[in-house]
Design a protein around this ligand. Structure first.
Ligand code: AMP
Length: 444
């Protein structure tokens, strides 16, 4: 299959060719014809599957072929994203896809001054990428009207709800014209997302390009059990041993990010951190420097790192496991993107066993454990498996104290705690979702 066979117009085909996209990814192959046909979409697509082009490319085509010129202070299409970084990134992709089209694009988000955004909106923009809070601010200040809106895209809808945007989404929903096309993308589908979809979508096509809640199988994942207090030391040890060049590291809290960055910088390691407390410009600069390999280690909280697309990122390290198991899928989705292979290593201490168990249950696999010589934990991480059970073993006789002679123990060996579940088929056919109550909304 080629992009041409999907019915795309020549300026878009040229842009995709310039970007080196030769064949549509599975989500693109399914989403592009559906969006061009005017359908609402509910798409379960993992990060890194090419979902941005999956919605943006056909959207650009519809905006080029149909509808009136954009009016002052208006937008014809709105793409809602959970974070500022993702909004910037989606906007950059949209602008690349639109490079040969006479359409205007712009991104608005909080954390920066609203005035330039208001000025920019005066003439109207064809495609507006926005985070929910700033969009509402602009709307309330009359800088933006939504009566010309043809299409709404909810990108990473699950994350928007995780970040507490459900009230904002409900407000935005009330601001929208009833007659519109709506495309909802989400890596995972909770009941809450299905309810949102039921309210916002009209007779949607459901697309699922990967088994639900299963992490990309291009990512080799394993766990290194370790005592909590030794995590920084283990991280530095693994980094030196593996000669890691570019690593995205996830820590649970803002303080955790700062502490690890300080520690690494203190050792002369080229590290930087991003989290929600840092000003937007600082976050963007750290990210840009990481992307261009000026920074070797980027430590981030989940909020700051969500949706980032870093080309050929080889390795993600979970310095702490995420509290929400679904975040594990998003985190490791930063590597192994667009068919590349990647690695994801989690440093897990005994306190985190329930989180590990939740992740294994969600991803339906038991993660391989690899003990690192001289870092075997004193506080053993109980065995877990994909059933969600923390396996309680009869207490072993006391271990000999780790005093010298470490080389004699079972060091450096892979200790499997179970088998990885067999991969499921990666593409499911487009099918209609009969279950949604689309409420009183009129058919288009
Ligand atoms: P996304 O899932 O939209 O964040 O895309 C992940 C990465 O895949 C981005 O770097 C895209 O530029 C790239 N990509 C998207 N579609 C294609 C394609 N058809 N061929 C090659 N690369 C692609």
């Amino acid at each position: 299959m080629t992009f041409a066979t999907l019915g795309l117009i020549e300026p878009l085909l040229r842009a995709l060719e310039t970007l080196g996209y030769q064949t549509p990814t599975p989500v693109q192959a399914q989403a592009i014809p559906a969006v061009l046909a005017g359908r609402d979409l509910m798409a379960a697509a993992q990060t890194g599957t090419g979902k941005t082009a999956g919605f943006a490319v056909p959207l650009l085509q519809l905006l080029t072929m149909e509808g009136p010129k954009v009016a002052a202070n208006s937008a014809r299409a709105l793409i809602l994203c959970p974070t500022r970084e993702l909004a910037e990134q989606v906007h950059a992709s949209v602008a690349e896809y639109a490079q040969n089209l006479p359409l205007t694009t712009y991104a608005v988000y909080g954390g920066v001054s609203i005035n330039p955004q208001m000025m920019k909106l005066r003439k109207g923009v064809d495609i507006l990428v926005a985070t929910p809070g700033r969009l509402i601010d602009l709307f309330r200040q009359n800088a933006l009207k939504l009566n010309q809106l043809q299409t709404l895209v909810l990108d990473e809808a699950d994350r928007m709800l995780d970040l507490g945007f459900s009230e904002e989404l409900a407000n935005i929903y009330r601001m929208l014209p009833k007659k519109r096309q709506t495309l909802l993308f989400s890596a995972t589908f909770s009941d809450e997302i299905r309810t949102l979809a039921g309210q916002m979508l009209n007779d949607p096509l459901s697309i699922e390009v990967s088994p639900r809640n299963v992490a990309a199988n291009t990512v080799k994942q394993w766990v290194v059990p370790v005592d909590k207090k030794r995590k920084p030391e283990l991280f530095v040890h693994l980094m030196r041993k593996g000669r890691w060049k570019q690593v995205l590291v996830f820590a649970k809290t803002r303080n955790g990010v700062d502490a690890l960055v300080d520690k690494l910088q203190g050792l002369g390691i080229n590290a930087d951190g991003i989290h929600g407390d840092k000003p937007q410009a600082t976050r963007q600069r750290a990210l840009d420097r990481f992307k261009s390999s000026e920074v070797q280690i980027l430590v981030a909280t989940d909020v700051a790192a969500r949706g980032l697309d870093i080309e050929d990122l080889p390795l993600v390290v979970n310095f702490d496991l995420p509290i929400v198991a679904e975040d594990y899928i998003h985190r490791i989705g930063r590597t192994g993107r667009a068919g590349n292979t990647g690695e994801a290593i989690s440093l897990v201490c005994a306190d985190e066993v329930n989180m590990l168990s939740a992740i294994e249950m969600l991803t339906r696999q038991t993660l391989t454990r690899k003990m690192e010589p001289d870092f075997e934990p004193e506080h053993r991480v109980p065995d877990t498996d994909a059933s969600g059970q923390v396996v309680k073993k009869p207490k072993k006789p006391k271990k000999p104290k780790a005093s010298g002679g470490g080389g004699k123990r079972n060091l450096g060996k892979w200790v499997d705690s179970g088998d990885v579940a067999p991969a499921e088929p990666s593409i499911k056919p487009v099918r209609k979702v009969p279950v949604f109550n689309t409420g009183p909304r009129k058919k288009k």
